[in-house]
Each structure stands twice: as C-alpha cells, then as structure tokens.
Design a protein around this ligand. Structure first.
Ligand code: ADP
Ligand code: G6P
Length: 489
C-alpha cells in the first residue's frame, strides 16, 4: 500500500536514554558546567536533527539537594535535556551493578560475573529490583513531560523495563525501543535470571529495533524459545498484539566530520601530528576503555607484529586513545591496570631513547583533535571482541578522503556487516591473524587502499544518523497506524 511519511512535519520526539548528551560537573551550590558525554549512543543521537526533540536521561551525578537539582534542571533545559535524578544507592545497584556488570557483559558474550558466584546470585535480585525502580523513575519523568501525539523513543539495555512502565501508565503512548548493543543468541539470554520479565517488558513497545538483522533474529528466537510466543515476519505476536521487530543500522553525522577537517584549528592539529610522527606510519585506536573493545588483544597483536618484523620497529607507532569509562565497576578498573602493564612492557621492550612504539592516552580528546587524528593516521585498528555497531570505524572512514587509510575491523562488530568489503576483517582473538593484517595494511598498494576506502566512504555518507532516526520514527508511526487499522477490522 501507500507508504505513510511523517518526515515532513516537525514531530515532537522524546528521546529517553540513561546517558544525556552532556554530563554535569558541579562548581558550587547552584552552578554547573556541562561537558559533552562520550559514547556511540550519544554520537548517534546528536545526529538526529529533524524532530522537535527533548532528551530525558540520568544527570550522571548524584544531586541530593533541591537547590542543586533545580539549578541543574535549568542548565540542562537550555540543551533541551530533562534530568532524571537517581540516588547513589540506586546508581550503584542499577547502573554499576545490573546494567554494567550483568547486562553489558552478557549481551557481549562475556557471560555473567563468575567471581564469588554466591555473592553474585544473592545480590542479583536486589540489583534487578533497583533496575526496575530506576526504570520507573524514568517513566515518571517521561509521563510528566509527555504530550498527546509525542513519539517516545527509549534507548538501550538500561531501559528494557521502560516500555512496560510507560504503557501501563498510558496505553496510547507511541513507544519505540532501540538496542545499541548486540542482542545475543537466545542460548546466552537464557542464562539471565530475569530473562522473562525483560523480554515481556520490551515487547510492550510498538516497535523494537536493533543494529543488525542477526540481533533482531536473536531477539525473536529468544521470544519464541523462552516465552513460547509466535514469531512472524513482522515481529512477535502475543495474544493478538503484534510487536514489530526490525533492523535499523545506525550511522554518524558524516557531514560534521567532513566539514570539521576544513577548520583552521583542525588543520593546525594535523600539522603538529604530521611533524611529530614524520617518517613513521601511524596506527590508531580510539575506544572507551571497555573489555568489549579488545584493547589488550590489539596491543598484543601489535607486539607480535613488531616481534616478527624488526625492520618496522622504528617506522611505525600505535596511538591508543582510551577514554576511561564506568570507573566504579571493578572489571573496568582491572582493565586499566592490565592495559598499562602491557603497554609499559612493550615500550620497554621495543622503545628507544627517541621513540616509543605505543603512545597510550587515558583520556578523551576534543572533537577537533579527534578529527585531526582520524585524518592523519595510516591505519585504524578496531578490534572489538563484540560491539553493537562501532561508530569509531565510521568516523575514521569519514575523515580519510584524502589519505585513504586502511581500516582493520573486527568481524564481531556490527559495522563488519556494513563496511565488510572495504575493511580488512579480523578475528580479534587470533593475535597471529591481527598481526599479519597489520603488515598487510601497512604494505597495501595505493590502488587497493583507494578502492577499499571508496567502498567504505560511500556507505558512511549515505547511511547517516539522521537517516537512521527518521526511518525508525517513521516506521513507528506506520506501525501504530497499521495496528489501529487492524483493531478496527
Ligand atoms: P561505544 O558506543 O561502545 O563507546 P562507538 O565506537 O560506537 O562505541 O562510539 C564511541 C564514540 O565515542 C565515538 O563517537 C567516538 O568518537 C567517541 N570516543 C571514543 N573514545 C574517545 C576518546 N578517547 N575521545 C573522544 N571521543 C571518544
Ligand atoms: C555504549 C552504550 C551507551 C552508553 C555508552 C557510554 O555506547 O550503548 O548506552 O551511553 O556506551 O557508556 P556510559 O556508561 O558512560 O553511558
């Protein structure tokens, strides 16, 4: 039939995500400074421009006092953001505990926490209770700001309980939910003690979206195998109610990167970097410091490459920029020291008085520095052990029009399905394979580099964040109209 298109009007959109695009730092009783948040979700959603958008999320800090809360709400209002205040204990159990110590590792095939199994089992229920409580608090704020006709778009594994909470408050609300991580095989999801409740709650949404067709398929089979529901080509059906399920691969705001390369400050950064590393090939890693990113594996592969290729030792450098993330979770703390230990060892082994093979920074870069780095480096190394999509790979490609550098990409990142043919795909667990891919990338002839880059670039500029959001919201509107037609029949 005729395709309904709601894109023309500026529709009101409530984006609900745990992380707001800005994070708050307190400077006084009622004074706040806002900084850009880091992560793929924020990058994707910042590219969403054509709606009348409000963003509802956790303020990122504990604000126990009313004066502070009021002042922060006011500062955020200028960015069209609405804070959800969570107290320290809830954050500990919900964000550090259930989200980042249970769901995140499970969805990335790392499994459930294994140390001290009994303690984990005991704390599991209280963490899940805090998770549900936090989701209820998000629902309260959404409800307060909701106007009839709004589209409510919930994001990510932090808010799997939200669709149900919202529909219980208002069954007419248009609710979509999108997962930014992989959805694992149903055999993995089965391990989760709260597996039923989470699936049922997500199914309360009208439309459920994933980055890839595989993740969508895994979700449908979890619903059929674990809940015993019927899967249809459109989604999952439960007692006559259809939940639409589909893949919506995210992209970036590629224009923003391409344009930035013309800015004088970016050009200045590029000049400095080129001088600094003149005569050497430069490889780049940019990641949140997270176990899913395979940073130790990447560095070990680089070590193996140096070991086997003595002639490259003073001619190549790896810049690894790893912004600290979720630093209250013990696993992340362990990872930091592990990475430092490996980097120190390799620099001690292969460094000289004048040059180090690895430059490792534990911090985030500002947008201009990041663009300059993307533009001047010869090879990007993205070695995630699992990754929903991985937007760093897209950003690198967007900035490589003149240099035509090589992208080495994990086959376990969602991006492997879109940039597959242009990148060198690797199994990040296979250090030997990654080491030889590094050699292949560094020696790649210009015409092959050009061909591969062109393939990637075409994809990145034509599959943008804007397009992603517009498609999702339009699909959600269509889904709701179709559901209304069905009930009238
Ligand atoms: P994830 O969502 O798991 O962090 P993505 O690769 O999809 O992974 O997105 C990461 C986002 O965070 C990208 O937009 C990237 O530019 C940004 N980012 C990651 N590390 C840094 C860093 N060290 N400095 C600045 N930005 C960073
Ligand atoms: C990933 C998740 C996002 C999250 C981001 C940064 O991209 O999918 O939901 O915002 O990582 O992590 P953080 O815990 O700092 O929000």
């Amino acid at each position: 039939g005729e395709r309904l298109d709601f894109r023309a009007s500026k529709q009101r959109l409530l984006v609900v995500a745990n992380r707001l695009p800005v994070s708050a730092v307190r400077h006084g009783e009622d004074s706040w400074q806002l900084e850009m948040s880091v992560g793929g979700l924020v990058t994707a959603l910042l590219g969403v421009k054509e709606f009348d958008t409000r963003w509802i999320g956790w303020a990122g800090v504990n604000v126990p006092d009313e004066i502070g809360q009021k002042a922060l709400a006011k500062a955020l209002d200028e960015k069209r953001c609405i804070p959800v205040f969570l107290d320290e204990e809830v954050v500990h159990q919900y964000y550090n505990g259930y989200c980042n110590n249970i769901l995140w590792p499970l969805f990335h095939y790392i499994g459930l926490p294994q140390e001290d199994r009994l303690a984990t089992t005991r704390s599991f229920q209280s963490q899940f209770d805090a998770y549900k409580k936090a989701n209820q608090l998000f629902a309260d704020v959404v409800n307060e700001h909701y106007e009839e006709g709004d589209v409510v778009w919930c994001h990510d594994y932090h808010l799997m309980f939200l669709p149900k909470c919202l529909k219980e408050r208002n069954s007419k609300m248009k609710v979509g939910w999108f997962l930014h991580t992989p959805f694992p095989s149903s055999e993995i999801h089965r391990m989760l003690p709260s597996r039923l409740e989470l699936l049922r709650s997500v199914l309360a949404a009208d439309l459920v979206g994933f980055h890839t067709y595989d993740y969508a398929r895994h979700f449908v089979s979890a619903c059929t195998r674990i809940l015993g529901l019927e899967g249809t080509p459109e989604g999952v059906e439960d007692q006559g109610k259809l939940t639409r399920i589909a893949a919506f691969p995210v992209g970036i705001d590629s224009e923003r990167f391409i344009k930035a390369l013309e800015l004088p400050e970016v050009q200045d950064h590029m000049k400095v970097l080129k001088q600094r590393f003149a005569g050497r090939k430069v490889m780049l890693g940019v990641d949140r410091l997270d176990m899913i990113k395979g940073i130790p594996q990447k560095i070990l592969a680089f070590e193996k490459f140096l070991e086997e290729n003595p002639n490259w030792r003073n001619k190549v450098v790896l810049l690894q920029i790893a912004v600290p993330s979720r630093t209250d979770v013990p696993e992340y703390q362990k990872l930091t020291s592990q990475v430092h230990e490996i980097v120190g060892r390799i620099n001690g082994r292969f460094g000289s008085l004048t040059a180090l093979p690895i430059h490792h920074l534990d911090r985030s870069l500002d947008f201009h520095e990041l663009c300059a780095l993307y533009a001047v480096t010869d090879v990007a190394l993205v070695t995630s052990l699992r990754d929903g999509m991985n937007l760093v790979s897209y950003e690198y490609v967007a900035c490589q029009e003149s240099k035509k550098g090589v992208l080495i990409l994990s086959e376990f990142a969602g991006a492997a399905q879109s940039l597959g043919a242009g990148a060198i795909l690797v199994n990040p667990w296979n250090v030997t394979e990654v080491a030889s891919s590094i050699g292949y990338a560094l020696n790649m002839p210009a015409d092959e580099r050009e061909k591969r880059h062109h393939h990637n670039f075409k994809h990145v500029i034509s599959h943008t964040a804007q397009e992603w959001a517009a498609t999702f919201v339009s699909e959600l509107n269509v889904t709701i109209v179709e559901a209304q037609l069905r009930t009238r029949q």
